[in-house]
Design a protein around this ligand. Structure first.
Ligand code: ADP
Ligand code: ZN
Length: 725
């Protein structure tokens, strides 16, 4: 029996059969190299009975070229890959790809050469060399990566090697990681925390699937509590995966982890250097012992890695929508984490102060076990929340901070306490127009206004990344000095604070200013050291941070999130405001929150003001039930796009025209997407609303697979969508 079936990493093909040559050992999960026409492809050996492939006669089969020296993907992971591809209507190869590191990681072993500064300080330097010397302090990486870090050419750096300013260092690619010590610095837990931690530890030791919802108010010490489960897993020689919704939260996590366990965890995210990625991947495959990976903290892509012995998964800030991937395989890492835990027979902890309605419902139904931490640690009180009605307290013209909030900020400055102003909008102003002719600056490639960034003096599209300099004159009418900024972004709020309180030290926290670990670490250090009086930030500052002297939070525009009008708008607003409010009063001094709104009567705002979480969840649950929306009904979207408008429209109509007529499923559209042009592609959407009884994925596959489209058309299915643009 020397025939094998592979998932090959080729978008057009997918499943192919090969012959195993004499002397080669493979089994399901083995990673191999196979010939494909004149080229070579990577493939994973799979159980043939689980995949359908074309029937190729034995004599026509080509032989595998090589079995790579990595352990086969375990059956638990293979089942997860199948489940994910099936559930999200994606190809097996696009899911399986996420399990593999780079080609270099698969080959493994060996050494590489990295470079670092020698410390030599010549008297004269070219400006480029001087810039490189500045940028590369404490860095060690390949020439290419250093060139990127320092924004100079590789040639400049090679010249510096020749001049003795940079030196080569030989690095063992698979060098072991230092071991975490589960007892390094264990905190004394409160009674509530202890109870929760004991439950988690018991689950870790039980080697069984156990999903938990850790529902704890902001500042209750959820991290300290689940760290006990992490400690138990480390002690039992099992691996732990901690998923965070965004890289910006990693810095803070790393620090706390190191305080608790003595060493840093292994990181996995998109901005790792290639050598770090390779080392991490190999350590993950190796298992927890002997310098392998014990604890991995990562973004959602860490979920599909081939852990040798996964014994616990934690999804922190589990309500965050960024766990949902919006391109490629459109999976929700929070949900797939639970499925992975089920296959691995391990506990999974979803931690949040504002759980998603879906998670609450699953806890209600008894599927998740809910563990509550109802009080802040150390007796800190939850902040007092007040509504600031912008219709009554109208800010001055061109200003966005209303009088009562200004008063409170002034008070904080006098007392030497900190304030935080939250507005979830990057840049200076969301819209720029010409006072003379009314011209509005729009993205060339998208249905979107360009956002002015004063910081970088550019107009930027937040959808495609297109940027252009802010022009001197209006491109339409040619008038000079005629551009007006409409509406506020965080940069404008920071300006306003500077005008109101010239003596205040203001920190602007957005993904534009805080885009490196160093920048984040510097901000945290300053904020903790009381070198900042006012923080102005986007959603980036709503989570994770703990600044004891922060006693005032101002929400600049609570209505912003409600405008989009999608079905989760109220929930998202609730979560964001509750999270940012949760930054106030975490120390000994009580916190106060002012929410600026034009709709104090909106149920979500009223619930926030009343601090009545249950009322909010109850009302929202009923609204979802009435609408047949998740978690009571299911949604899937079909997104059709093409560079050619007519082609996209025709394809969308063809899909709409063949929609199945079923009693438990309703198809809406096609309609032009709200973002009808994105990166130069015209977009149409269909939305499917199905009862839970409908076999949604099966129906969608049967519906779409017979349809043929012109080459330029792309059709994506988004199961359980979070984005409706
Ligand atoms: P949450 O994530 O629930 O908002 P954190 O885990 O950030 O809360 O905890 C809030 C603060 O209280 C942190 O500074 C944390 O270090 C501290 N803390 C929580 N529990 C303990 C404990 N048992 N002992 C000492 N400090 C704790
Ligand atoms: Zn754009």
């Amino acid at each position: 029996m020397n025939r094998v079936r592979l998932i090959v990493f080729n978008a057009a093909l997918g499943i192919l059969d090969y012959r195993v040559p004499e002397g080669m050992q493979v089994e399901p999960g083995s990673v191999v190299i196979a010939p494909l026409g004149p080229r070579q492809v990577l493939g994973i050996v799979w159980e043939p009975e689980r995949l359908e492939a074309q029937d190729v006669p034995a004599e026509k089969l080509r032989g595998l070229l090589e079995a790579l020296p990595v352990p086969p993907l375990k059956s638990e992971l293979r089942r997860l890959i199948e489940w994910t591809a099936d559930y999200y209507c994606a190809s097996l190869s696009s899911v399986a790809r996420m399990a593999l590191g780079s080609m270099a990681a698969l080959r493994g072993g060996g050494t590489t050469t990295e470079y670092r500064l020698t410390g030599l300080e010549p008297s004269r330097l070219t400006p480029q060399r001087a810039a490189a010397m500045d940028a590369l302090q404490h860095e060690q990486a390949s020439i290419r990566e250093l060139a990127e870090l320092a924004s100079v050419s590789e040639g400049v750096l090679r010249g510096m090697v020749g001049a003795g300013l940079l030196e080569p260092v030989t690095v063992d690619l698979d060098r072991p990681y230092p071991a975490a010590n589960p007892n390094h610095n264990a905190p004394a837990l409160s009674d509530d925390q202890r109870r929760a931690a004991d439950t988690f530890v018991e689950a870790v030791n039980a080697d069984a699937f156990a999903p938990f919802l850790l529902d704890g108010v902001t500042g209750s010490g959820k991290t300290e509590t689940y760290f006990e489960a992490v400690a138990a897993a480390i002690a039992a020689n099992k691996q732990v995966l901690v998923l965070l919704p965004e890289i910006a939260l990693t810095e803070n996590f790393l620090r706390r982890f190191e305080d608790r366990f003595g060493v840093a965890p292994i990181q996995w995210h998109s901005s790792l250097k290639s050598s770090e990625r390779r080392r991490a991947w190999r350590a993950i495959v190796k298992g927890p012992a002997n310098g392998g990976a014990q604890v991995v903290v990562g973004a959602r892509s860490a979920l599909f890695l081939p852990y040798a012995r996964l014994g616990l998964i934690i999804v922190d800030e589990a309500h965050e929508v960024s766990f949902k991937q919006d391109e490629g395989v459109r999976y929700n890492a929070r949900d797939v984490a639970v499925i992975r835990a089920r296959f691995e027979k391990a506990p999974v902890i979803l931690a949040s102060a504002t759980p998603a309605l879906e998670s609450m419902q699953l806890a209600e139904a008894g599927i998740y076990r809910k563990i509550e931490l109802p009080a802040r640690f150390g007796g800190a009180q939850l902040p007092d929340i007040q509504i600031l009605d912008l219709r009554k307290d109208v800010p001055d013209r061109g200003r966005w901070i209303a009088g009562p909030l200004v008063e409170q900020m002034k008070l904080r400055l006098e007392r030497g306490e900190q304030s935080l102003l939250f507005l979830n909008r990057r840049g200076y102003a969301p819209l720029t127009l010409c006072r003379n002719c009314g011209h509005r600056f729009q993205c060339k490639h998208c249905t979107a206004w360009l956002v002015e960034h004063r910081f970088s003096r550019r107009l930027a599209c937040h959808h495609c990344g297109h940027e252009e300099p802010v022009p001197e004159a209006c491109p339409e009418c040619g008038a000079n000095d005629c551009l007006v900024a409409c509406g506020p972004g965080v940069e404008r709020i920071a300006d306003e604070v500077a005008e109101l309180f010239p003596e205040a030290r203001v920190a602007l926290v957005t993904s534009d200013t805080m885009n490196t670990p160093e920048a984040i670490a510097e901000f945290v250090e300053k904020a903790e050291g009381k070198a900042i009086d006012v923080i102005v930030g986007t959603q980036l500052v709503t989570k994770g941070y703990h600044f004891p002297d922060l006693t005032l939070v101002g929400v600049i525009d609570a209505d912003l999130g409600l405008e989009g009008g999608d079905l989760r708008a109220a929930e998202r607003t609730y979560q964001q405001v509750a999270q940012v409010a949760g930054r106030a009063g975490r120390g000994e001094k009580p916190g106060e929150v002012l929410i600026q709104t034009r709709h104090p009567e909106a149920p979500v705002i009223a619930a926030l003001a009343a601090g009545d979480r249950d009322a909010f969840y109850t009302a929202e649950t009923e609204a979802r039930r009435d609408a047949g929306a998740p978690p009571f009904g299911r949604w899937a979207a079909i997104i059709v796009s093409s560079e050619d408008l007519a082609e996209a429209r025709d394809a969308a109509r063809a899909i709409g025209g063949t929609a199945p007529d079923l009693p438990d499923m309703l198809v809406l559209g096609p309609a032009p997407a709200p973002l009808s042009l994105l990166r130069g592609r015209h977009r149409f959407r269909l939305l499917i609303n199905a009862r839970r009884s409908a076999e949604l994925q099966k129906i969608v596959r049967a519906w779409l697979s017979p349809l043929q489209f012109p080459r330029g058309v792309r059709v994506h299915v988004d199961v359980d969508p979070y984005s409706f643009v």
